[in-house]
Design a binder for this molecule. Structure first.
Ligand code: PLP
Length: 433
């Protein structure tokens, strides 16, 4: 099997370094990029012949591992029918099946689906929906978005405007980036006591700004790329209640948390609430292709379409891509068949090994939720240095800032998780950061 790949093993890393942007990297001082030739199950195979246990699920997405026969087959079969066809004036079975599935899985009032080609676009669409909704009702002054600090919602401009203003360097785009209203980051820990002062503070912001606010956008329960903060469900409940009280739409960005990652199918279930608009993405296709969706309620959809425009003003070229929809359908079926609750429950149990890391002075906190494990250090990690150590020790983990974290594929074995946790422990013990 590996012989098939050895012929294509020569990846021109020098060309890559000199000409190709990678996520959030410098062209002057690029971080090293490891050439991967193929991946199977929970293993990434390097051109050097080594294989790594995957701790990242390729940014929350590869739930069922790599090169999965069922997902491969879904793509193959769909490609023999049609890989793509425009969605304007045309529909097809993979899209209809997917939207039925999404409506059935998500909280009840969400029953209108917009298929977007990536997470950031689905956030743009969510914001557009909220603005168009209030515009159609004649509330033209409701044109701002409120959101907590330390959030992350994507890299396009409207999405970036609701990311943490410091992490996302808003100052660099001043005058171009829309200025939104930020409330304090949720503080009370997921499984601690809820500090009622947080709700009071939120109420103050809503009372002051609701006249200008179209929507409140938040990552439910876990603030992800903004700092892996697991916050108290009562915060989200308070946000829902205030949105209702002050006529503000609630957008929940489930792009990272959706499809079981936090131990619930969707993180909003921890707080027993449902949003007016919900974004899903990342794990939607099991890590195979880019696809996201923005769901909303009948009420919001009616509001938008009964207004002056009469339509939702958005329609990407690759909307509802049949290949992406087909592989998403197969992935969602697998999720149910594999008993994701059991998988995530086991991973959470195995991730408890990370608590050993609290013995080091440099470790500020160790926390887990569902299939997410986080070790927070008291200093920023040298990514190139620690990754060299991890790769040499057979694992793929990519920290950011002060955070070394795991969000492995749901199909990871106990041995996989142990290998990942041990590598983190060793890296800290031997100060490879
Ligand atoms: C990754 C992410 C996005 C952006 O999705 P892309 O597919 O990278 O555009 C938005 N919101 C959250 C919470 C994310 O984790």
């Amino acid at each position: 099997m590996s012989n098939n790949y050895t012929k294509s093993n020569s990846i021109d890393i020098e060309f890559d370094r000199d000409h190709i942007w990678h996520p959030y990297t410098s062209m002057l001082k690029p971080l090293p990029n490891y050439p991967v030739t193929h991946a199977r199950g929970t293993r990434l195979h390097l051109a050097s012949g080594e294989s790594l246990v995957d701790g990242m699920a390729s940014w929350w997405s590869a739930l069922h591992g790599y090169n999965h026969p069922r997902l491969n087959r879904a793509l193959q079969e769909q490609s023999e029918k049609m890989s793509h066809v425009m969605f304007g004036g045309i529909t097809h079975a993979p899209a209809v099946e997917l939207c039925k599935k999404l409506i059935a899985m998500t909280p009840a009032p969400l029953d209108k689906v917009f298929l977007a080609d990536g997470g950031s676009v689905s956030v743009e669409v969510a914001i557009k929906m909220a603005l168009q909704y209030w515009f159609s009702q004649g509330h033209t002054q409701k044109h701002k978005i409120m959101t907590p600090r330390k959030g992350y919602h994507g890299d396009t401009f409207a999405a970036m405007s609701v990311c943490d203003p410091v992490n996302s360097m808003h100052s660099m785009y001043r005058g171009f980036l829309p200025e939104q209203i930020f409330v304090p980051q949720p503080q009370s820990a997921f499984n601690g006591e809820f500090n009622e002062q947080e709700a009071d503070e939120l109420a103050h912001y809503f009372a002051e700004h609701h006249g200008d606010i179209a929507a409140f956008i938040i990552e439910p329960i876990v603030q992800n790329a903004g700092g892996m903060n697991f916050y108290h469900p009562a915060y989200l409940k308070a946000v829902r209640a205030l949105c209702d009280q002050y006529d503000v739409l609630l957008i929940c960005d489930e792009i990272a948390t959706g499809f079981g990652r936090t131990g619930k199918l969707f993180a909003v279930e921890h707080a027993d609430i449902s949003p007016d608009i919900m974004c899903v993405g990342k794990a939607l296709t099991g890590g195979y292709m880019t696809l996201a969706a923005t769901l909303t309620t009948d009420k919001v959809a009616r509001g938008i379409c009964s207004g002056e425009a009469g339509v939702l003003m958005h329609g990407p070229t690759f909307m509802g891509n049949p290949l992406a929809c087909a592989v998403a359908n197969a992935s969602l079926s697998l999720l149910q068949e594999n008993d994701w609750q059991q998988q995530v429950g086991n991973i959470n149990l195995w991730l408890q090994q990370l608590t050993r890391c609290t013995e080091f002075d440099a470790v500020v906190s160790v926390r887990t939720l569902g299939a997410i494990g986080v070790v927070e250090l008291d200093t920023n990690v040298d990514v190139a240095k620690i990754q060299r150590f991890f790769v040499a020790n057979g694992v793929w983990i990519r920290p950011f800032g002060k955070l070394i974290y795991l969000m492995p594929p749901f199909v990871s074995s106990e041995q996989d998780i142990e290998t990942l946790c041990n590598a983190i422990y060793q890296a800290i013990a031997e100060k490879h950061y």
